[in-house]
Design a protein around this ligand. Structure first.
Ligand code: SAH
Length: 347
């Protein structure tokens, strides 16, 4: 695979243009063309510059291979990478804007028992430009432009992969996507979800990127957590909560816990009480969601009534919490479902 031009910051793009002896204003044309989701071969720059770029960089590192549209308007995308690997993403449409869920790795090695992304293990990390490329491709398809004309207004790093297992590329992506001279998305419109790699959470507190940090908790004791999340053997809930507290100390930003309700596993009233006790007094919010059932997995979702009772038990105890609607269920909205079924179809 050639290099990925969309990995580059605006300063680096300017340097590339200088290096081939083109005038500085070409850098802006180059950068804006890329940000509009154009291929290198479509860029409005002199042929010599295009040729020099094509010799070294992938013409189209992220291509939309398939689009599925759900009844609720949610769109699911299958993206093909230059080496033939596939990743998926989702665009969810809300009143306040459109939120795109992006992948950070091909597959995942965290092994969560409820998740489809991890079924085949980790294949490889995505580069910064392959993460950004998912957004640029969808923004272009949706007819969006730059600045206030963006069709993608919010981004969540909640697709396939563990963002903090691909730390350097993810941080580079975050710097580029929030660069005012680049795509210019506010970090406050970005959420990063981690399964709780506590060391990386502490490191991230010093990056100066004020996004919304989200942590997948899904259990109230280390023993129960280890049943569905092998990463619990590496980091205890205590270490994760300490890293969250550190993050708040350093950044002043509240954090969010994800808690997917699984029948007979983590959704009893006793779990809600224990969760409330664990989180009492912490500057956090809890996002509950009923498990999105994955064909290849045996775990089942807690029912709606159970979910409502769990939510009430938390809020009655003073914990800020919401029960999220599960969107796009009719098109395999959960992480990794689409790629998993597509790969199977091809075999
Ligand atoms: N690796 C990151 C981001 C992945 S997915 C993380 O672990 O946080 C985003 C969220 O979806 C995580 O909270 C993850 O645990 C959750 N998730 C994965 N599969 C799910 C499923 N089938 N149903 C409900 N939530 C799921």
């Amino acid at each position: 695979m050639k290099a990925v031009l969309q990995d580059r910051s605006t300063e680096e793009l300017a340097q590339i243009v200088r290096d081939v002896g083109e005038k500085p204003f070409r850098a802006k044309q180059l950068s804006e063309g890329l940000l509009h989701g154009r291929r290198i071969s479509e860029l409005p720059v002199p042929p010599a510059l295009r040729g020099a770029l094509l010799a070294e960089y992938e013409d189209e590192p992220v291509r939309i291979e398939k689009v599925f549209t759900a009844k609720d308007g949610t769109q699911k995308f299958l993206f093909a990478l230059a080496d033939g690997n596939l990743v998926e993403g989702v665009l969810m449409k809300y009143k306040y804007g459109n939120t795109q869920c992006v992948s950070t790795q091909v597959g995942c090695r965290m092994g969560c028992k409820f998740c489809a992304s991890t079924l085949g293990g980790l294949v490889r990390n995505l580069t910064a430009g392959e993460i950004l490329g998912q957004i640029l491709a969808v923004n272009r398809l949706a007819g969006g432009g730059l600045k206030d004309r963006r069709a993608v207004t919010n981004v969540v790093l909640m697709g396939s992969g563990e963002p903090f297992d691909n730390y350097d590329n993810v941080v580079r992506f975050l710097r580029n996507v929030t660069d005012g001279a680049g795509f210019g998305m506010s970090a406050r419109n970005i959420s990063l979800s981690t399964c709780g790699l506590a060391d990386r959470m502490r490191q991230f507190a010093h990056e100066g990127i004020p996004l919304n940090l989200t942590v997948s908790l899904h259990a109230v004791t280390d023993e129960e957590r280890a049943r569905t999340m092998p990463v619990a053997n590496a980091y205890s809930i205590r270490e994760i909560l300490d890293a969250c507290a550190y993050y708040f100390e350093q950044t002043g930003r509240r954090y969010i816990f994800e808690y997917s309700l699984i029948a007979g596993e983590n959704a009893d009233l006793a779990h809600a009480e224990a969760l409330a006790a664990l989180l009492r007094g912490r500057p956090c919010h809890v996002n509950l969601i009923r498990l999105n059932e994955v064909k290849e997995r045996t775990l089942r979702a807690a029912d709606e009534q159970n979910a409502q009772a769990f939510l009430k038990a938390l809020t009655d105890r003073g914990i800020s919490a919401t029960l999220r609607r599960s969107m796009g269920a009719d098109i395999g909205g959960a992480c990794g479902q689409l790629r998993a079924s597509y790969l199977k179809e091809q075999k």
